[in-house]
Structure formats: C-alpha cells, structure tokens
Design a protein around this ligand. Structure first.
Ligand SMILES: O=C(O)CCC(=O)C(=O)O
Length: 196
C-alpha cells in the first residue's frame, strides 16, 4: 500500500476527522447552496453528476468549463478545517497556509460520480498540492497515468484525508466512478490554493 501511494504521489490518512465532528460538518455542508454545475464538453452542455459549492477567502474565484464561481464565504466548521490543514506542513514543502479555498462535492448515492479529469486549471497552484477529505459512504477513487497504461484504485473511507502532491496532479488523472450498490451520501472537501 505504502509503495503504491508513493508511486502515485499520494498520502492517505484514515480517521483524520474525529467521529464526533462528522455529523456536524455534514449538516453544515447540507445547508450550503449546493448546485449542479453546467459542463460543456465537445460542444454539448450537461449538468454535472453531483452537487457542488466553491468556498474560499474573499476575492478567490474558480473557472470550470466556461463557468466562473465566486467563492462563497467560509462556513464555521469548514473554516476550522482550513485552519487545521494550514497549520501543518502537510507536503514537506516547508510552507504553511497553503489553502485558501475548498471545492465541496456532494454525491447523493452511488449513481453520482466524477469522470476522468485533472485538477490543473490555470488558477490552481499545483506546486502546493491538494488536500481531499471524505465523509459519508466509502467510495473508490481511480488514478490513470497520463503517459503509461497504468490505472490504480484507492478506497476513500469516511473521515479520511488524501493528499495529492504536485507530481500527482500533473501526471495522473483521477475519477470517482459510479457504484450502484452504494445507497448512502458522500461529501468530498477538496482544499486547494487558488491564485486569483
Ligand atoms: O470526490 C472525490 O473524491 C473527488 C473530487 C475531485 O476529483 C475533484 O473535486 O476534483
């Protein structure tokens, strides 16, 4: 497991979110204005197969598939999480205060998913890495190497933290496939540094 994570440029930490904090964070997220984004691919516009909300420091914004999302102000528990992540040198880069925003994704059940993509939009500062927190249903994430024919899977458990470093972001695509047997919801909080 450890070798696989190193090869992928990942670190995985189980039980990052204490059990008593999970329900309050999920409740806070459910009160946010979560929306389906409209995505234009090959000239066709679709609604995204999950709900999302972009939250961040004043002035941060995020462009995705021709839409610009202005940051929703921080909600109390997500601000606490940002502070917790920012107080540790998570990526060994000798730098704190990496993160100024979070993309919140809500998957109602295993029908909701995310297709293959790379988090390499120009405003994302890839050198700082991404911290991705999972709450709710356990779901599998897949990583596909951009240059070699390699696909790897990883189970993202309730309460876990996944760190994706700059090498991972630039060299691997990722996807969260449908899992029709999963009946419970899942929330994903993807903390990033955005250069607006
Ligand atoms: O839900 C997940 O774990 C993946 C989310 C993701 O890939 C993204 O927000 O870019």
């Amino acid at each position: 497991m450890e070798n696989k994570l190193t090869k992928l440029g990942l670190k995985y930490i189980d039980n990052f979110i204490p059990a008593k904090k999970k329900a309050p964070i999920m409740k806070e997220v459910m009160e946010l204005p979560l929306k389906k984004e409209s995505i234009t691919l090959f000239g066709k516009t679709h609604l995204s197969p999950r709900l999302s909300c972009f939250m961040g420091d004043k002035g941060t914004s995020y462009q995705y598939s021709k839409n610009i999302f202005l940051a929703h102000p921080w909600s109390p528990l997500l601000l606490d999480l940002k502070k917790r992540l920012n107080s540790t040198d998570l990526f060994g880069l000798d730098a704190l205060n990496h993160f100024n925003s979070v993309l919140i994704n809500f998957y109602a059940d295993g029908h909701d998913y995310m297709g293959w993509h790379q988090d390499n939009e120009p405003e994302i500062d890839t050198s700082h890495g991404i911290a991705s927190i999972s709450l709710g249903a356990d779901r599998e994430i897949k990583f596909k190497n951009k240059n070699e024919n390699i696909i790897e899977n990883l189970l993202l458990k309730d309460g876990s933290l996944l760190l994706m470093n700059g090498y991972n972001i630039l060299n691997w695509k990722h996807a969260l496939p449908k899992r029709l047997k999963v009946k419970e919801p899942r929330i994903n909080l993807t903390f990033r540094k955005i250069n607006s």
